[in-house]
Design a protein around this ligand. Structure first.
Ligand SMILES: [Zn+2]
Length: 324
């Protein structure tokens, strides 16, 4: 090979290297471009659930803005769901805090026409999310809308899409003997229909699953518009709970009314039979415009309920340090 040929070869090789570098550069450039172009959609589809879930969240956001609930955005909370209702609406819940024990469970929208209860629970989810330091040692589970079919109906209903009152459908020991019989005796009012059999509804099974999974020591279920606090709990320590309740009622200026429990009600199932301190908050009205006012009013007692120290696991639970 002559010197000239070597020089030509070297030039050829150098040109090839430059070309190769260019190809690598352009390859990197296009790869990066494609990566950044598609990154948002990749993250989006990774973080969000199927399209039905997105539709559900946007239906909730639409309904919320219709009711004037401008400070809650359902899409900003990360939800879990494993069950859907008859109308294919997901039964959502969210959890906060690092603790796996001493859980407190919050239920809203059991009756679909008790509208501000739904606001209160979504607002609570935002509040807890925005104050992580306050709740990092807790275990808080919020299921803000237990009856989405009733809530999203053209005209919201107490009952679910199968016409069942979800607060009469729990498989309590007295259900078979009394639920249907009492319903007939009281005039077969459709709003209170307990279902054809106990735990026949997905919404009931959902609540039971949450209780089974999180083994809560405390439950707060929000209703409206009867305007009182009611409670059920382990008979061994119901007195301490009552004393604590009396204090809370005075502070909130909200009356305590012990109404007992019904066949198939949450108070019966969770409070009476499963020995969980179960508090019912009946808001003073079902007026959507008063959601914000109710959150202000009841937020201190909700926070105190979260902090209410309970030791042991059901049925041997006890409230300690009752002065708190
Ligand atoms: Zn209710």
């Amino acid at each position: 090979m002559s010197i000239h040929q070597i020089a030509v070869n070297n030039i050829y090789m150098r040109n090839q290297m430059i070309k190769h570098k260019r190809i690598v550069w352009w390859h990197c450039f296009f790869s990066c471009l494609l990566f950044f172009l598609f990154l948002p959609s990749v993250v989006y589809s990774y973080d969000s659930s199927p399209s039905d879930f997105k539709k559900f969240i946007s239906a909730l956001e639409q309904q919320s803005s219709l009711y004037g609930w401008k400070d809650i955005k359902q899409g900003e909370i990360s939800w879990e769901y494993y069950r859907t209702t008859k109308n294919k609406h997901p039964l959502i819940f969210t959890t906060f805090g690092n603790n796996t024990g001493n859980c407190v469970l919050f239920f809203g929208g059991v009756h679909g026409d008790e509208l501000p209860t739904v606001y209160l629970m979504f607002k609570l989810a935002h509040y807890v999310k925005n104050n992580p330091a306050m709740f990092k040692d807790k275990c808080i589970v919020i299921a803000p809308l237990l009856n989405p079919d009733g809530f999203l109906a053209a005209s919201p209903t107490r009952v679910n899409a199968s016409g069942v009152d979800l607060n009469r459908n729990f498989p309590t020991k007295d259900w078979k003997a009394q639920a249907i019989r009492e319903w007939i005796a009281k005039g077969k009012i459709k709003r209170y229909y307990p279902g054809a059999k106990p735990a026949s509804e997905q919404e009931t099974l959902f609540q039971m699953a949450l209780i089974k999974r999180f083994k809560p020591q405390k439950i707060l279920s929000v209703h409206s518009p009867l305007n009182f606090f009611d409670y059920d709990g382990p008979s061994s320590d119901l007195n301490s709970f009552e004393q604590w309740m009396e204090k809370i009622c005075k502070e909130t200026n909200h009356p305590l009314k012990k109404i007992g429990y019904y066949p198939g009600s949450l108070g019966n199932y969770a409070g009476h039979e499963h020995n969980i301190f179960t508090l019912t908050l009946e808001l003073p009205s079902s007026d959507t415009k008063r959601g914000g006012e109710y959150f202000e009013k009841f937020q201190p007692s909700i926070l105190k309920f979260i902090d209410l120290p309970v030791v042991g696991s059901p049925p041997h639970v006890k409230i300690v340090n009752n002065e708190k």
